[in-house]
Design a protein around this ligand. Structure first.
Ligand SMILES: CC(C)(COP(=O)(O)OP(=O)(O)OC[C@H]1O[C@@H](n2cnc3c(N)ncnc32)[C@H](O)[C@@H]1OP(=O)(O)O)[C@@H](O)C(=O)NCCC(=O)NCCS
Length: 289
């Protein structure tokens, strides 16, 4: 699930630990982004660059766009593709309890389903943008059938540029008061803290699967499994753990089969019905208990 950290000394300090990246230690060999600001057709600031690069010292993941339109092969998504990738996640999580948690609030009770969808989609666009810019986003299948958002080991905190360009600041105003509290004040800090607590001194050196989703029409083709395998194969080679939060108990068997184990539960408690997430960690092969 989402997590995006903005440096805490920025003027727009909406979140204490908003975490796309929750980690301060960025001495990781990541190539510093060299963004070039462009105006997109809708007037939004946009970045047209292969800004984010995974930890190439330890990760043999293809570079962004290196294998476009490869059908059933996993490839890394570029910044210019963020809306299409986000749409996949928006469709996948449209009825997910965590997805609904930010959209179904007292302040939106008179909204139409279309208005709620627009907000949900916008959230996914912001989150996807942040992860392309400073994490890693992968896709598989035609028309972004499956998409995964990752934070590689030793990722840097979300910087102010990403915060502004992703539209994260606009999300703050687009969410209603309660939605804002749920996302910025409860969800993101909670996820950050639980992850740090669960992984301890491995927090910075582990992979983090933030979101994974397959479009309803593309399910059952092995896309999600390939998206996960793509990173866990590398994690195995590097001896790294992989961490995730699962928002749906129905997915637990799927994750278990991929080597993840439940560690603890996390509860979002601001709605009438408490939303439960399962924290799962996958140990690298050979290091399982
Ligand atoms: C969960 C999800 C990502 C799975 O995507 P998918 O591309 O259909 O999964 P795959 O085709 O790779 O399935 C891999 C295996 O897991 C099984 N599987 C998939 N989803 C499963 C589920 N919910 N429960 C049990 N098994 C499941 C498949 O049958 C398949 O088994 P096999 O390897 O023995 O053939 C997809 O259903 C989805 O997007 N759901 C909504 C969003 C969501 O819940 N995301 C995860 C949040 S934690």
């Amino acid at each position: 699930m989402a997590s995006t950290t903005l440096a805490s000394n920025t003027e727009i300090d909406l979140v204490e630990k908003p975490g796309l990246n929750k980690r301060k230690d960025s001495g990781n060999g990541l190539i510093e982004p060299q963004p070039q600001l462009q105006e997109s057709s809708n007037g939004d600031a946009n970045m047209e660059t292969t800004e984010r690069v995974p930890d190439s010292a330890t990760t043999e993941i293809p570079s962004p766009g290196s294998a476009k339109d490869t059908g059933d092969q996993v490839r890394v998504v570029e910044l210019s593709e963020y809306k299409a990738a986000a749409r996949c996640l928006a469709e996948a999580f449209e009825s997910d309890a965590v997805g609904r948690y930010f959209v179904d609030t007292p302040g939106t009770k008179d909204w139409t389903p279309e208005q709620k969808w627009e907000l949900h989609l916008f959230m996914m666009e912001v989150i996807t943008y942040c992860h392309i810019a400073q994490g890693m986003v992968t896709t598989i299948g035609p028309d972004y059938g499956g998409v995964a958002l990752w934070m590689p080991p030793n990722s840097a905190d979300m910087n102010l540029m990403t915060f502004l360009r992703s539209g994260m600041w606009r999300l703050y105003y687009r969410l209603c008061r309660e939605g804002r509290k749920r996302f910025f004040t409860e969800f993101m800090p909670l996820l950050h803290d639980i992850k740090a607590h669960t992984l301890g001194d491995r927090d910075a050196s582990s992979w983090y699967l933030v979101y994974i989703g397959t479009k309803p029409a593309a399910r059952g083709k092995g896309y999600a499994r390939k998206l996960v395998d793509h990173v866990t194969c590398q994690a195995d080679r590097d001896g790294r753990a992989t961490y995730l939060e699962s928002s749906n108990v129905a997915n637990l068997p799927f994750y278990r089969r991929l080597g993840f184990k439940e560690c603890r539960k996390l509860y979002l408690q601001r709605s009438e019905e408490v939303v439960e997430l399962d924290i799962m960690v996958r140990e690298p092969k050979g290091k399982e208990e």
